[in-house]
Design a protein. Structure first.
Lengths: 135, 193
């Protein structure tokens, strides 16, 4: 009986946790991506390995959120872009941790293409300069 | 004996007698149509193509209801909407009534992007035209049909296709769609690289 009760509570806590993880609005995620990407570029240019590793790890988490957003819509090009950006962020973090400056710089310069691919298909600017998400 | 008619009398006869004769011989069904079926059919293409014109909200909601509502405005409450079977169906697929047609429009709207169903051009003597074949039904209401090219992109895998097709409309006297039958020649589907 108590075992069942424990399992039920665990499932409830996990569901609430998962729900909370998905609750961040997409525009907030994208604004964070823009801010952290800018910070990453600066730290990479300055060869600040510690800061670069931290920023790249944060980007990896942000692109995981981006991937989660698009996964429920099964939109292949957006999912592929998010996964590509997430994996590249992980490799930037690894290069920064290994203090491999050339690899870190090369990988960072390739990050923008994933953003462009997705924005071309799924971002539309409104007359008031705000952005909306295309399916 | 030859009778000559003065030119002025001939002119007057032409002016009054001929239009009267013409009107008397014109059946009611041949009168100019108040609501042009080709314009109704054209509007259907416009609103069909608008079914991809919606956004996803920042919290992940698919906000396509407005375009689906606009599409449904063209249908009578008791309308029939017939399409070919999907990959998982066999036989005719008929949607009857606005709720059923709403389901079709909602699915269609969420399944495809970059919708471009365009009426096929016919050109003769350097004169291009998108022809609609129209009819006035003797029981009231009108009909229209045309050939088209369905160009669309799958929303999920982003693959783009072109498929030839034809559509047949029956409109009621209020200009609402009473029934529509859409044919797509799936055997002639071409993927656009």
């Amino acid at each position: 009986m108590s075992r069942h009760y424990f399992l039920l509570v665990a499932v409830l806590v996990a569901s609430i946790g998962a729900g909370a993880a998905q609750a961040r609005p997409y525009n907030v995620i994208m604004k964070d991506v823009a801010t952290v990407s800018g910070a990453l570029r600066k730290s990479v240019e300055a060869s600040d390995f510690a800061a670069s590793a931290e920023h790249a790890q944060r980007l990896e988490r942000l692109f995981r959120e981006t991937e989660d957003f698009w996964t429920k819509f099964k939109t292949k090009d957006a999912i592929d872009a998010a996964v590509g950006a997430k994996e590249l962020s992980a490799s930037i973090a690894a290069a920064a941790t290994a203090k491999d400056a050339p690899k870190m710089k090369t990988a960072t310069s390739g990050l923008g293409r994933f953003c462009t691919t997705c924005h071309d298909s799924h971002r539309e600017q409104m007359p008031d300069k705000s952005y909306r998400i295309r399916p | 004996m030859r009778v000559s008619v003065p030119a002025s009398i001939f002119f007057l006869l032409t002016l009054f007698a001929v239009p009267g004769l013409s009107e008397a011989q014109t059946p009611a069904a041949q009168k100019p149509l108040a609501i042009k079926p080709e314009e109704l059919a054209n509007e259907w293409f416009i609103r069909l193509n608008e079914l991809d014109d919606w956004f996803i909200s920042y919290d992940g909601k698919e906000e396509n209801q407005k375009v689906v509502d606009r599409f449904l405005e063209l249908y009578a409450d008791d309308a029939f909407h017939q399409v070919g079977p999907s990959a998982t169906q066999i036989g005719p697929v008929i949607f009857h009534g606005k709720n059923a047609i709403r389901k079709w429009a909602d699915d269609f709207s969420k399944r495809y992007v970059a919708l471009n169903y365009r009426i096929e051009y016919k050109t003769r003597k350097e004169k291009p035209l998108q022809p609609f074949y129209v009819i006035q039904f003797p029981w009231g209401g009108t009909g229209a049909s045309t050939q088209f090219e369905a160009i669309f992109t799958n929303r999920d895998d982003r693959r783009q296709y072109v498929v030839p097709g034809a559509v047949f409309f029956m409109f009621d006297e209020a200009g609402k769609i009473d029934s529509v039958r859409i044919y797509l020649l799936r055997d002639e589907t071409t993927e656009i690289a």
